[in-house]
Design a binder for this molecule. Structure first.
Ligand code: SF4
Ligand code: FES
Length: 354
């Protein structure tokens, strides 16, 4: 199958982060600082990405502000003509720093929020982080940039959905993304502690609907459904190696941010192979493009062009083979794994991201 050029790139500049969120999708085996790409190597990755067709660059992590060369990388990406989005916890985002980054070319900021009140937010973040979010949001607004507030929902904050919407309004968000936890990396490790109850999910949906009506034209409210509670899988990443690539802190190039979990694949590194060659020719990017790789029941299913068999990472993590149907699908022979995982358990403590 011939791939189209990528539209976006998630540049995970570092795995270092002042927060320790138990739902983090970063790998359990985090990339250490001494293995991170240098400034010149990131510049080269950005230049190659633009030549390949990438228009949107998401500077993320970990916490991208932990990289001292962030301003330089922003200038470089902007100079190439990319739309630059900064994905941050907000810790260390002072007014001065935000003004400088905006002047260099950051055009949008996504700010994570852990809960509606400071005490609970700090417990979830494993750090005294909540008070910094207000400073960061004010700095983003003062710089005149659009602000998206990102909240990962789970059992310990789901009952706060209404209050979280109020907080996002107070912070001046243009967009609020309420995303039920997707179980990869640290989130999978903490699945039992994070899994929302059916009652929480049922209670949240009317609250979100009412907020959408009330805030129409002022703040967009996006609600990402709880994957495990659905009977149909999501068309993950809009297809494997279809629209976006991820570059990990050490230069590993991935078809999706969680692809490192698929240990049956070998991933190339941007320091060893040109990005365009990796995108078009590598075995990892071509592994699940198109439909040839599909097994039954996807292979003969009418929905295979709609949901593309769901998520390859989830299929691998839960069944041991990425070619299998995502077990979220009720037609999957492994669907019982998901049904058993959504049964509420007695509260267990979080394992904080290390
Ligand atoms: Fe989608 Fe495969 Fe399930 Fe059909 S069998 S609905 S293609 S995941
Ligand atoms: Fe990797 Fe879904 S998260 S394909």
């Amino acid at each position: 199958m011939t791939a189209s050029p990528p539209f976006g790139m998630l540049a995970e500049l570092t795995h270092r982060c002042p927060l320790h969120c138990p739902y983090c999708s970063n790998p359990l085996d985090l990339v250490r600082r001494d293995r991170e790409l240098s400034t010149d190597q990131w510049r080269s990755v950005l230049t190659q990405a633009r030549a390949l067709g990438v228009l949107q660059v998401h500077l993320s992590g970990g916490e991208p502000l932990a990289r001292r060369d962030l301003p330089e990388l922003v200038s470089h990406a902007h100079g190439l003509g990319c739309y630059v989005n900064l994905v941050t916890s907000g810790l260390g985002l002072t007014h001065q720093r935000m003004a400088d980054l905006a002047q260099r070319g950051v055009e949008h900021v996504q700010l994570s929020v852990q809960a509606a009140d400071e005490a609970r937010a700090d417990i979830i973040a494993g750090a005294r982080a909540a008070k910094h979010k207000k400073v960061a949001a004010a700095a983003i607004r003062e710089a005149g940039l659009p602000l998206t507030v990102n909240v990962v929902l789970h059992r310990r904050n789901h009952d706060q959905v209404g209050a979280i919407i109020d907080l996002a309004e107070e912070l001046g968000a243009d967009r609020l993304e309420l995303a039920n936890t997707q179980f990869y990396g640290w989130a999978l490790r903490n699945r039992a502690a994070l899994m929302p109850t059916r009652a929480q999910l049922d209670a949240a949906e009317p609250v979100v609907r009412a907020a959408r009506r009330r805030l129409a034209g002022r703040m967009e409210v996006v609600y990402v459904l709880a994957d495990y509670q659905d009977r149909l899988p999501k068309p993950c990443m809009h297809g494997w190696g279809a629209r976006q690539l991820t570059v990990a802190p050490d230069g590993t190039v991935l078809p999706c941010p969680s692809a490192h979990v698929i240990t049956s694949l070998e991933f190339d590194n941007a320091t060893e192979r040109p990005l365009a060659e990796i995108w078009y020719e590598s075995s990892s990017f071509n592994a699940y493009r198109g439909e040839e790789w599909m097994r039954e029941p996807c292979r003969s299913c009418d929905r295979r062009g709609v949901d593309l068999g769901g998520c390859r990472c989830q299929a691998f993590l839960l069944t041991g083979a990425a070619e299998n149907t995502d077990p979220v699908c009720a037609l999957s022979p492994h669907h019982g794994l998901v049904e058993r995982a959504v049964v509420p358990v007695v509260d267990v403590p979080f394992v904080m991201r290390g």
